[in-house]
Design a binder for this molecule. Sequence first.
Ligand SMILES: *[C@@H]1O[C@H](CO)[C@@H](O)[C@H](O)[C@H]1NC(C)=O
Length: 288
Amino acid sequence: MPWRRRSGWLLTLAALAAGCTEDSCEEDWVLDQLVDAESESELLDVRLLQTQFTQHRGPVKQEEPVQSDHVMSVDHNGKVCMLCNQPLPERITRPYEAFRKDCGKYSSPSGPSLDIMALPAVQLGGGAAEGFCALNFAKSCADAVANQDYLYFAKGIDFNHPSMSSNVRWDGRYCRLNGFLETQVLQLHRNFTALQQHADELCRTKYAKHGIERLSFLDMLQLSKQEDSNAPSLEEAEMMAAWNCAMGDLGCDMAMCAYSFCKQGDSHTALYGECPGWTPVEGMPDGG
Ligand SMILES: *[C@@H]1O[C@H](CO)[C@@H](O)[C@H](O)[C@H]1NC(C)=O
């Protein structure tokens, strides 16, 4: 998924899942990452998050997810939910009635466990965004499918939000390298059936060579080298798309790309209103 996946908060989540508190971590990879990062501030984040989730523990009464942050929230079952937002009000053109309450099977009050993160994503649910639902990660992709509108997902992500700002460059590049900013995708992305068919076909063909059956959430985290200004490579961008196939739907990311980014010159992308003709309701013009 877009985005979103690779900043400090995801690392923090992995650390949390690994049971890292101070300087103890059972998972070597997570430990390495933490050492690489400015450990002090990252570990502080872990403690803050733990406090936050401890305070929220226990069922939350509200119908809708509690917005504790743009990226992280706690669902109606008291489980951590990431990227679970409904569309921003100023972007909506239609009412959305479907809102799944049966997601988060593999989440918990402190997020998914490390064991779950290490499982091949295809084992989490398979098909029709069920992996996103079961993990409570990009759960709004499952809601987008339930509403038969991939723009539901795209319109729930705000790359201008401070917690997303460090994802803009990586995600724009991911979108461009995968061809998700091309006219063909732009012309399809408002038609749910058409985009779903196209996404399924790409998963069966172009992305099949990336080992969709094996990719796990931890693989996805490792692909997310947001701090590297040359990342993602073409290979990494395609593997990230393949991971979305494994989670059950590539259409959400394709729509997120088409709605949010446009190509700028040979190697850059621009965001939202920086692109000619973009509006919050309509997104990008179909011609690119
Ligand atoms: C959406 O795409 C499907 C499948 O390609 C097509 O049959 C249908 O006519 C399209 N709908 C609209 C409103 O363009």
